[in-house]
Design a protein around this ligand. Structure first.
Ligand SMILES: *Cc1c(COP(=O)(O)O)cnc(C)c1O
Length: 375
């Protein structure tokens, strides 16, 4: 059997080992240490955000963002619909209620017009007032942030930016994750850089990251006798894993370059096929985390057939994230949608192609040939 080609697997260089070794050599193997401080600083320097708190996962970062935004029982939170469930689950951890909003076709992210419709519907007069908005940048492609930020300001709701997949992506020259009071990144194994598992909450306001750190350290008050006035969590990142992150972030730009090459390879290879690549806005620069295609309407090739054909050759591909409004667990949630449901359409016709940055030209050609053979 040929070696498996993955959707997106970790790519480790040499510095990661040095920083991990440094944690062992200095015996700072737990959840404080220089690797953590320097990894946080490196993320701040890269993205331009002022403060960062390294945490155990992107989901933990989202949960703390939701908590710090004051989401409580029965609170309405307006959310991206086509995303990974981790974007929206933390709302439920706090007893809040998600309202999902369909995407627009230009970036596959939340549609600002429909977002405004949702904000008008949940305005505190007709329905409970929405308290926050959570926007994900799908597959590393920035959302329409100018419109979204303006709407959140106009309606007085807090914005949380799920940039788990989009570290390094730019919207009008500004890094995703830095547009709001609460931005989050993930360093899970399949993301653009990894710490094996981990996440970060970022903000320009130091009180946000201070509060996040406090809650992530079991809400332990700064007195010797272990006093707690709030419920805390164990959401800290290990200094060993932060060492991996320090080594990885050096290569973030190179990872993005490789991801872009993969995207462009597929785009060129499929130029004459009835498929389209996942789009992005003209004034944004994605990090190209995953390359995706949609099969044109009326063409009789199903994404699962492509997935099976690739699978036979030991090549991993994946359906588009199943929209949240279609998930059994969220069946009673409201969904704001126009005349045609964009998310259902993209889900029905779309597929994530292998986008592993270790792929060779030959492997990319092999994938392209298999896809081509079905048309
Ligand atoms: C991966 C991911 C998360 C969760 O990050 P973890 O570090 O795996 O907890 C959240 N949102 C999106 C959109 C993701 O892709």
């Amino acid at each position: 059997m040929k070696d498996r080609i993955y959707l997106s697997s970790p790519t480790i260089h040499t510095e990661e080992r040095e920083y991990v070794k440094y944690a062992f050599d200095t015996n700072w193997v737990s959840c404080i240490g220089e690797n953590i401080d320097l990894f946080e600083r490196a993320v701040c320097e890269y993205t331009g955000v002022r403060h960062a708190a390294a945490l155990s996962s992107g989901t933990a970062a989202l949960h703390l963002a939701v908590k710090l935004a004051g989401i409580d029982r029965e609170d309405i939170v307006i959310c991206s619909d086509m995303t990974f469930s981790a974007t929206v689950n933390p709302v439920s951890y706090e007893g809040g209620i998600q309202v999902f909003v369909d995407s627009e076709r230009e970036s596959w992210n939340i549609d600002p017009e429909l977002l405004e419709r949702a904000l008008k519907k949940y305005d505190g007069v007709h329905n409970r007032r929405a308290k926050a908005v959570i926007v994900a940048h799908l597959y590393g492609t920035p959302s329409k942030m100018d419109e979204i930020c303006a709407l959140c300001e106009k309606y007085g709701v807090t914005l949380i930016e799920d940039a788990a997949e989009s570290l390094g992506a730019l919207y009008r020259g500004r890094q995703t994750g830095t547009f709001s009071r609460y931005g989050i990144y993930s360093f899970n194994g399949n993301k653009i850089i990894t710490t094996s598992g981990g996440g970060m909450l970022v903000s320009d306001d130091p009180t946000v990251t201070e509060r996040a750190r406090y809650l992530a350290f079991q809400a332990r008050e700064p007195v010797p006798h272990y006093q707690h006035s709030e419920i805390g969590y164990n959401y800290r990142m290990s200094n060993i894993l932060a060492g991996i992150g320090r080594g990885q972030i050096i290569y973030l730009d190179r990872h993005i370059e490789k991801k872009k090459k993969i995207y462009e390879f597929y785009k060129k290879a499929f130029a004459d096929l009835p498929v389209r690549m996942n789009p992005h806005l003209g004034d944004s620069v994605p990090n190209y985390w995953l390359s995706c295609i949609t099969v044109n309407r009326g063409v009789d090739v199903r994404p699962h057939e492509i997935m099976e054909a690739l699978g036979k050759e030991n090549i991993e591909s994946r359906p588009i994230w199943k929209p949240m409004h279609m998930q059994p667990v969220f069946r009673d949630r409201d969904f704001i949608v126009g005349d045609v449901c964009v998310d259902e359409d993209i889900f029905a016709r779309g597929l994530c192609l292998p986008s592993d940055i270790k792929m060779t030209e030959d492997e990319l050609s092999m994938v392209a040939d298999i896809v081509r053979s079905l048309f």
